[in-house]
Design a protein around this ligand. Structure first.
Ligand code: 4AD
Ligand code: MG
Length: 442
């Protein structure tokens, strides 16, 4: 038996030898153009399109007929000479000496993935997701998604946060409300996690500062352009805070790091998608009450409503922030306590309002966060006041009973952030395999 020593190094689907003369690239045949004696093969590697020139007299497989033998969708490994070619993507092309055909494609793609842009409806795009994701622009969206998550992790690790993984099958919903997926768990009633909220707080009692990247489930019954039934939540929870301003500062610094890191590492994809990244300076902060007054005064909105901001108000507040403060972000704080979950801490100076905040970006809520109740008696008392039975939260309340620091955190919707960064009018574009009321496959 051979001992495995390691895997062969490769970068973005290509190996280049030490003196920068030879290249070996592996990927999918993206396009073939037969020019008679020559052929051009555009190879789609893991991140790039590489132009390969195949001279049928010099290339090994070419003798069997490149035009016939190698077709779009086939997987190949191409070795050859690396030649500078400013007009090619990446500034070089490969003059092939050898093409190994590794596998064969049996069908034409249902939509053309070699065009500049896929020009079919969202429905067709999603229905054929396993193939449409191969389009360079489609996959760029998810390369950027990788970049967001990577920078999120990087930033939090640097600031002493520990990454955790909490269960997605739970005995009760963490956020309340009607959007809970019920589940039969071996005869016991259970549900899919609406958020890692109670577990991430629990882990503050262990590590002090924690974060999680994971799926959460919301049985949203309405098909809107900004709701998914399963999305990725970037969750943060921090102990020993002096107030929720610590959390808001943390989030601003974190977002700055994410934007900076995208600029440094994902410019190729950002250019491809013509993304306009925001500058994040000082983010204006308005209390919920002030925001409502401002909406009434500036935009003639009726005050009242349901103690929350509606989508149109989110748009108007962002417009105001842009015009008045030159910021594409705005924090709204101190939401009515009745509209926030049982774990939210109320403002001691104004008990009808919770120490919680939303962050709006380009007209959409991307984050909700806030300070939590850490005192045992205060938490039991609030549960009772809200008509909840503390005995149903006996495991959660163990953390309060055995000592918790002042703490809080936030949840950032990954697809929402990306949708706003890239200017999509529908969140489904920012999800690999979106789940909505009508779609659970592919
Ligand atoms: O506002 P939400 O429901 O707050 C929480 O889950 C709290 N546990 C957060 C906290 O730490 N206090 O969700 C947080 C964020 C929203 O701001 C939004 O970006 C996203 O998650 N989100 C959704 N994204 C896509 N589809 C949905 N159905 C979403 N629901 C919330
Ligand atoms: Mg919210």
């Amino acid at each position: 038996m051979k001992v495995i020593e390691g895997i062969r190094p490769i970068k973005e689907g290509i190996r280049i030898n030490d003196n920068n003369q030879y290249a070996e690239a592996e990927g999918f045949v993206h396009r073939v153009r037969d020019m008679g004696k020559f052929s051009f093969i555009v190879l789609r590697t893991s991140r790039n399109l590489i132009q390969c020139v195949v001279d049928s007299e010099k290339c090994e497989i070419a003798k069997t007929g490149v035009g016939n033998g190698i077709n779009e969708g086939d997987c190949v490994r191409i070795t050859g000479i690396k030649v500078i070619e400013p007009r090619a993507e990446g500034g070089f092309e490969i003059h092939a000496n050898k093409i190994e055909k590794l596998s064969q494609a049996y069908a034409q793609p249902p939509v053309n993935i070699t065009k500049h842009k896929i020009d079919s409806s969202l429905d067709v795009l999603l229905e054929n997701r396993p193939v449409t994701l191969r389009h360079p622009k489609e996959r760029a969206i998810f390369k950027i998604q990788e970049g967001i998550v990577r920078a999120f992790r990087e930033f939090l690790h640097e600031h002493d946060f520990t990454e955790i993984h909490t269960p997605k099958t739970t005995s009760a919903g963490a956020e309340g409300g009607a959007n809970i997926f019920k589940l039969d768990y071996f005869g016991q009633s259970a549900c899919l996690a609406q958020s890692p909220q109670l577990y991430k707080q629990t882990m503050v009692g262990v590590f002090g500062r924690v974060f999680e990247v994971g799926p959460v489930f919301r049985a949203e019954k309405h098909n809107t352009t900004r709701h998914l039934n399963e999305y990725i939540s970037l969750d943060v929870e921090m102990g020993f805070i002096n107030g929720m301003e610590d959390l808001m500062n943390l989030e601003v610094l974190m977002l700055r790091h994410i934007i900076q890191s995208l600029k440094e590492n994902y410019s190729k994809e950002l250019d491809m998608l013509k993304a306009e990244l925001p500058d994040i300076g000082n983010v204006p902060v308005y209390k919920f009450k002030e925001a409502k007054e401002l909406l009434a005064k500036e935009y003639n909105r009726k005050i009242g409503g349901n103690g929350d901001l509606d989508p149109e108000e989110e748009v108007l507040l962002c417009r105001y922030a842009k015009e008045k403060h030159d910021s594409e972000f705005i924090f709204i704080t101190h939401f009515p306590s009745s509209r926030r979950p049982f774990y939210a801490m109320d403002d001691a100076d104004d008990p009808g309002f919770a120490l919680s905040f939303d962050l709006l970006f380009r007209g959409l809520e991307i984050t909700t966060g806030g300070q939590r109740i850490h005192d045992y008696n205060a938490q039991v008392e609030k549960m009772q006041r809200m008509g909840l039975d503390p005995s149903e939260f006996k495991h959660y309340l163990l953390i309060h009973k055995h000592g918790m620091p002042p703490h809080g955190g936030f949840g950032l919707g990954l697809e929402r952030l990306e949708m706003q960064l890239l200017g999509f009018n529908n969140i489904r574009y920012a999800s690999l395999f979106p789940r909505d009321v009508k779609r659970i496959a592919p």
